[in-house]
Design a binder for this molecule. Structure first.
Ligand code: PGA
Length: 256
């Protein structure tokens, strides 16, 4: 795992945006795994500002609420079109987001997995982290080998996401999410976490044991995972100074 601590969320986001921009320039038909939530918003703003060519890019989103229409203002379909897709030249047919209204959800999930494989696999997956360590909507105790499937949100996640729905009771309880096994097959994972609310989950994910009680900790087992932090989300790391030194002294040949 590479831990990149920057003074601010903006600075950390810029480093992540540069990595994605380089991928899209090197591989115009790259397959991106995308995330929703507050964290990637500024990343998407930066990517829009970079005016990259998205014509051939294929995208797969991590998750979606079950039971709400793609047109619902809080659906992840709406989120992605509003905050990224409508501002770039991505082709609608290349965008994949789980269908929360699918009639046969297990079958849909199976097809989603097959589409990722048919696209050649995910080159780069963007991840946020829940205050409980979830990635995608893989809540605590999710199988570390799980595939795209239905999950039930925990009371903590319902509480964390109530702000988007105007009340905890309005947040759907069920979701479709890529599994941890699916995420682990991405060639590269970029996890972004900002603010003190994420500090405990980040410290456990990076320096704690690899455990389904903190699903993000599975990234310790991933060969190419980078974690982008601001000072607040990095505050509980025991080796923070070491990670800063490593990044500041990266040999030229090791730059990404
Ligand atoms: P947030 O959500 O970016 O809105 O904090 C992160 C997550 O739940 O993965």
């Amino acid at each position: 795992m590479e831990i990149i601590i920057q003074p601010s969320a903006e600075a950390a986001t810029s480093v992540a945006a540069r990595i994605i921009a380089r991928l899209l320039r090197d591989k115009p038909n790259a397959v991106l795994g995308l995330a929703t939530g507050s964290t990637p918003l500024s990343l998407y703003r930066e990517l829009i500002a970079l005016k990259l060519d998205w014509r051939k890019v294929r995208t797969f989103n991590l998750d979606e609420y079950i039971g709400i229409s793609p047109k619902h203002p809080q659906s992840y379909h709406s989120f992605m079109w509003e905050n990224l897709f409508r501002h770039v030249n991505v082709a609608g047919k290349n965008v994949h987001i789980p269908d929360g209204l699918a009639k046969d959800i297990p079958k849909f999930c199976d097809r989603y997995e097959k589409k990722i494989v048919a696209a050649g696999g995910i080159d780069l997956q963007v991840l946020g982290i829940g205050t409980d360590g979830h990635i995608g909507f893989n809540e605590q105790t999710s199988s570390l080998a799980s595939r795209t499937r239905i999950k039930t949100l925990t009371p903590q996640t319902l509480k964390d996401n109530a702000r988007f729905f105007g009340g905890e009771d309005k947040v759907p309880h069920h979701v479709i999410t890529m599994g941890i096994g699916t995420i682990m097959e991405a060639r590269q994972n970029l996890l972004l976490a900002f603010g003190s609310k994420k500090a405990r989950a980040v410290a456990e994910a990076v320096e704690g044991p690899l455990t389904a009680m903190n699903p993000a900790s599975v990234l310790q087992w991933h060969p190419n995972a980078k974690v982008f932090l601001d000072a607040a989300s990095a505050a509980r790391l025991k080796r923070g100074e070491y990670y800063r030194w490593v990044y500041d002294h990266k040999p030229a040949w090791q730059q990404f």
